[in-house]
Design a protein around this ligand. Structure first.
Ligand code: AMP
Length: 415
């Protein structure tokens, strides 16, 4: 079933397409129609089954469809989550799903342990959606900084965990402050007696959507982030082509010159490669594509603009040799792999200078990826020294002994 069949508007369809979701997961297909119909819903689904979109997408539709409320808009959606990590993740998901929405939807995570003053300042600027942990939410209410009087939708996410962590009293207090007329959505990995009692107390005639036992969404595209110094990227790419046996790779670079140079260098090393960029004649382009499709060329080194027209089924690997400029471009690039039901691999090279930029991409694409280092290619360039006038400091390249020592320490740590 396509997402469009769920009655979602174009701006949400664009967002899920941008995140490379191909079709709704079971919990989304079950819950979205009920949420849209305004019903209270109990969703029994594990994290990883796509439950966040099951409530966030229809909520965003409701926020956009409602008559324009006063300015600044009051808080309309309260999501309570048991942990800081989940709260941050859910807030990031709301933002990613709202990226094309006609109305600006301010989403804020309010979580314990983080800068209270900063959260108060953000609250004063106004948020329509808040995702918070119970203690911090109550703290802000007591300080008179958070008002729940206009909340229309309450989401209790991972309700079983909220209860297991002993938040029952906090939940009681919070729920007593909400307006009685509201929509309630409760999600839980299991429908334990405690969760059933909670639902009984606070929900009104809820529909149950259950995908208990459903496996997590298999990420179609495996995303890896490799830390490597800029001047060692080509060596690392060659190493990976060999070690990991990548048959065909689409490598993204930032400029025509880089596309030409990298392709030429790889070719010289005996790896068949072609630069694919805007300076090629139409004929040359078609020929390059034809050879890549026939697997006569192993590496296509492309710029974003040139790559736009490429449509190759079963492309198994994409490499961000240069990082894309925007999160949208990142999703676009990695979406070129993992097509037609095949698993894809997207590898990004980051160095100390591009780390902050990549962190921003992760935030906007609502992912958080582990950093990897490939033995022998560990970065050695230290971040540029901040002191005025001091030149960028280069670290010492590791000796073979250093590397062996590091590998031994790593092995020990893993034991
Ligand atoms: P969640 O259970 O909401 O934490 O989602 C788990 C993961 O599945 C997240 O990485 C989502 O971005 C992803 N996801 C959610 N819905 C879909 C979908 N329909 N197709 C593919 N991936 C999805």
């Amino acid at each position: 079933m396509p997402f469009a069949a769920l009655g979602l508007p174009d701006y949400l369809l664009r967002a899920v397409a941008a995140l490379t979701y191909q079709e709704p997961t079971a919990i989304q297909a079950q819950a979205i129609p009920h949420v849209l119909a305004g019903r209270d819903v109990v969703g029994v689904a594990q994290t990883g089954t796509g439950k966040t979109a099951a409530y966030a997408l229809p909520i965003l539709l409701q926020l956009n469809a409602a008559a324009r409320p006063a300015s600044p808009q009051p808080l309309q959606v309260l999501t309570v989550a048991p942990t800081r990590e989940l709260a941050l993740q859910v807030a990031a998901a709301f933002r990613a799903y709202a990226q094309f929405s006609p109305r600006k939807v301010n989403t804020l995570a309010v979580i314990g342990g983080e800068d209270l003053e900063g959260q108060i300042r953000a609250l004063r600027r106004g948020a329509q959606v808040i995702v918070g942990t119970p203690g911090r939410l109550l703290d802000l209410i007591e300080r008179g900084e958070l008002h729940l009087a206009q909340v229309q939708t309450l989401v209790l996410d991972e309700a079983d965990k909220l209860l297991d962590l002993g938040f029952a009293d906090e939940l009681d207090k919070l729920l007593a402050l909400l307006p009685p007329k509201r929509q309630n959505l409760l999600f839980s990995a299991t429908f334990s007696p405690k969760v059933a009692a909670l639902s009984e107390r606070f929900l009104s005639d809820p529909v149950r959507a259950s995908v208990e036992g459903e496996l997590p969404v298999v990420e179609k595209i495996v995303q890896r982030v490799l830390q490597v110094d800029r001047d060692r990227r080509r060596m690392l790419l060659q190493h990976l082509l060999e070690e990991e046996g990548w048959k065909q790779v689409l490598v993204f670079v930032a400029s025509k010159v880089a596309a030409r140079n990298l392709a030429a260098k790889l070719d010289r090393e005996g790896i068949s490669a072609v630069g694919f960029h805007g300076d090629l004649e139409q004929e040359q382009r078609l020929e390059a594509l034809r050879r890549f499709k026939n697997q006569q060329t192993r590496v296509l080194v492309a710029t974003d603009v040139a790559a736009r027209g490429i449509d190759i089924e079963q492309l198994s690997c994409v490499v961000n040799y240069d990082l894309p400029r925007s999160p949208r471009e990142y999703i676009h690039r990695i979406g070129r792999t993992g097509r037609a039901g095949h698993k894809g691999l997207a590898v990004s090279f980051v160095d100390p200078d591009s780390e902050a930029h990549f962190a921003l991409i992760e935030k906007r694409a609502a992912v958080s990826l582990a950093r990897e280092q490939i033995p022998g290619f560990e970065p050695i360039v230290l971040p540029a020294a901040k002191t005025k006038g001091a030149p960028a400091v280069k670290g010492r390249r590791k000796s073979k002994k250093d590397k062996l020592r590091a590998a031994a320490a790593k092995a020990l740590a893993q034991d």
